[in-house]
Each structure stands twice: as structure tokens, then as C-alpha cells.
Design a protein around this ligand. Structure first.
Ligand SMILES: [Zn+2]
Length: 188
């Protein structure tokens, strides 16, 4: 982005009085001149809605209408590789934009139909290790020389951390199977 040059309101060049200027002015009063892109820019500045490529109207903050955006989202979802969900833990629904457990999936599917589910990766607490402790102790060789009983305790702690349930889930790169997978004719 262009950095704005310092200009005081009373400066000579802060404003000029002009006559006979020619060019595009948007509905909101901004002047866009008479270059190749002037009309397009002025029209965009002065409008609230634009026409989607499908013909529908949409607010100008979007480039496509809600239906086309949803279609694009679903197509991107279909392009994700199919994975196997074990039914444990949490899964993400792109349709509901929400994380669900297995019971909720059944209920919501009944209510809303296909949910465009994405398999989530569990996020677990990380191990406490030598490096972590060496950082805390400002040791340069990257290893904390711990007394045996402390080293054993750290190992025991890590074993317990592994046994803990995930602290959260994050939508991953695999999706679940869709009815559309068995009808390839509609995929393009
Ligand atoms: Zn559209």
C-alpha cells in the first residue's frame, strides 16, 4: 500500500480549485478521473451491490452470491481426500460450522441432512522434555542435566500426559464419505 505523504490542511497542495474537470464521479461524490479503469472504480465506489456471475445480486463485500459461495465451499469439501472416522471424539460440520460428537452428528443429520463432515485431529498436551527445561535454565547445549529422580518424574509425567484425553480438536484434511462419491457424474 502507498504510504501517505505528510500534508497539512493549509498546505498549498492539500486542495486545488479546478474548473472544467472531466471524468467519472461515484454516487458518493468521489472523483475517479477519466482513465481506463475510472468507470469501473467509480461504479464500485458508488454501489452497494454487484451482480454475481450467475446473475444473482450480492453485497459488494463479496465477489459471489451466497448460493455460489456455498456451492464453491461444497466443491472444495468434495475435493478433500476421504478418511475413515472412528466415531470417537469430535468431528467438524462445514454446513453447521460447528464441532459435533457422534450423538450430535446423528441428531443433526436427521434435522439438516448431509453435514459435510471433516474429520478432526486431536490436539494433546505436548511433552516436557530436555529442550524445554534447557530453555528455561538458559543452557546453551540444549540439554538439562537433571538429577535422576527429577528425570524419572519428567518421564512419568509425559506418560500421564499421553494418557490424557485430547484437550481440543482441530478440523483436519480428511472428510467423511458422501452420497455423491457413488454418483461421479455430478462431480463436475
Ligand atoms: Zn451466484
Amino acid at each position: 500500500m502507498k504510504t501517505e505523504e505528510f500534508t497539512l490542511s493549509e498546505s498549498e497542495d492539500a486542495a486545488t480549485f479546478r474548473e472544467n474537470i472531466k471524468g467519472w464521479v461515484s454516487k458518493s461524490g468521489r472523483f475517479f478521473g477519466d482513465t481506463e479503469s475510472s468507470e469501473r472504480l467509480a461504479r464500485y465506489d458508488g454501489c452497494t451491490h454487484i451482480r454475481c456471475e450467475c446473475g444473482e445480486l450480492t453485497e459488494k463485500t463479496w465477489t459471489r452470491c451466497a448460493e455460489c459461495r456455498e456451492k464453491g465451499r461444497h466443491e472444495r469439501w468434495l475435493q478433500k481426500p476421504v478418511g475413515e472416522w472412528d466415531g470417537e471424539g469430535i468431528i467438524f460440520s462445514e454446513i453447521l460450522n460447528d464441532y459435533l460428537d457422534a450423538d450430535e452428528v446423528a441428531d443433526k443429520e436427521e434435522e439438516f441432512g448431509p453435514l459435510d463432515l471433516v474429520i478432526c485431529d486431536p490436539i494433546k498436551l505436548g511433552h516436557i522434555d530436555d529442550e524445554h527445561l534447557a530453555d528455561e535454565l538458559c543452557l546453551e547445549d540444549g540439554h538439562a542435566d537433571l538429577p535422576t529422580h527429577v528425570a524419572d518424574a519428567v518421564e512419568a509425567l509425559n506418560i500421564e500426559l499421553d494418557k490424557m484425553k485430547p484437550v481440543t480438536w482441530c478440523s483436519g484434511r480428511y472428510r467423511v464419505m458422501s452420497e455423491e462419491d457413488s454418483t461421479p457424474s455430478i462431480s463436475k
